[in-house]
Design a protein around this ligand. Structure first.
Ligand code: HEM
Ligand code: HEM
Length: 181
């Protein structure tokens, strides 16, 4: 396992970045299909996975946050304050959205076994926690759309910088150490 260094992200950071990029891509496609084509075959296939994949992403983002904190001093420096704030905003959304989804699930008093693991047992209806379900209703989907916009902006910036001799950051996350600046 190669650690991060000033020129590039190491293998575990890349693994977390690309696995979560795939997972978040899946979540956003499932959400878009669910809001635009509820009766489609694609929705019938993807929507039942939404809570399960989202719960796995919750675990991964906690690992990724801890890993980022441990590696802060070793990582490539941000290109600008805006890039740094943008990355932290992505972290904040990646953490808050599934957490709010899980709180709503807990508040609903319904049993929940993501990926077959019994995490919340079902409770009596009278033990529903209203603020948790209200928070989910008010913020979960809305923040999900903000994440969609932020991810598109992130990809656009990484792509935009790729031809710059000084600001091409793609090799930090893709490719060999020889190509990373
Ligand atoms: C990174 C993880 C997640 C992302 C990006 C995400 C994104 C979204 C988005 C954008 C919507 C709105 C869809 C629409 O308007 O039709 C949505 C809905 C929903 N999500 Fe998630 N989600 C995530 C994790 C979770 C988790 C962990 C749960 C539950 C354990 C969950 C449960 C739900 C439910 C029940 C809805 C339908 C109700 C609503 O629109 O709020 N999601 N999600
Ligand atoms: C095709 C999709 C993507 C590409 C090409 C891409 C590219 C990159 C590149 C080149 C970097 C290094 C930037 C630098 O050091 O200045 C980076 C970092 C980062 N990316 Fe992405 N990215 C993609 C998808 C995503 C997604 C979906 C997310 C999550 C919402 C994400 C979150 C982050 C974060 C938080 C960082 C900071 C480093 C870290 O802590 O992992 N990326 N990305």
């Amino acid at each position: 396992m190669t650690p991060d260094n000033a020129a590039r992200y190491g293998s575990f950071s890349r693994f977390l970045h690309w696995t979560m990029a795939l997972g978040i891509g899946w979540m956003l496609v499932s959400a878009i299909t669910h809001s635009l084509a509820k009766d489609s075959g694609l929705d019938a296939f993807m929507w039942p996975t939404h809570k399960h994949v989202g719960s796995a992403l919750m675990v991964l983002v906690v690992v990724r946050l801890l890993w980022a904190l441990v590696n802060t001093a070793r990582r490539p420096a941000s290109l600008s304050l805006a890039a740094k704030l943008g990355h932290w905003a992505l972290y904040a959304l990646m953490f808050a959205i599934p957490l709010i989804g899980l709180l709503r699930q807990y508040g609903s008093a319904r049993a929940f076994s993501p990926l077959g693991l019994p995490v919340f047992p079902g409770r009596d209806e009278s033990t529903k926690i209203q603020w948790m379900t209200d928070l989910g209703g008010a913020l979960h989907g809305e923040l999900g759309w903000v994440l969609l916009a932020a991810v598109l902006g992130h990809i656009a910036m990484a792509w935009w910088h790729r031809r710059s001799p000084t600001d091409n950051v793609l090799p930090r996350m893709i490719g060999s150490s020889a190509s990373a600046r």
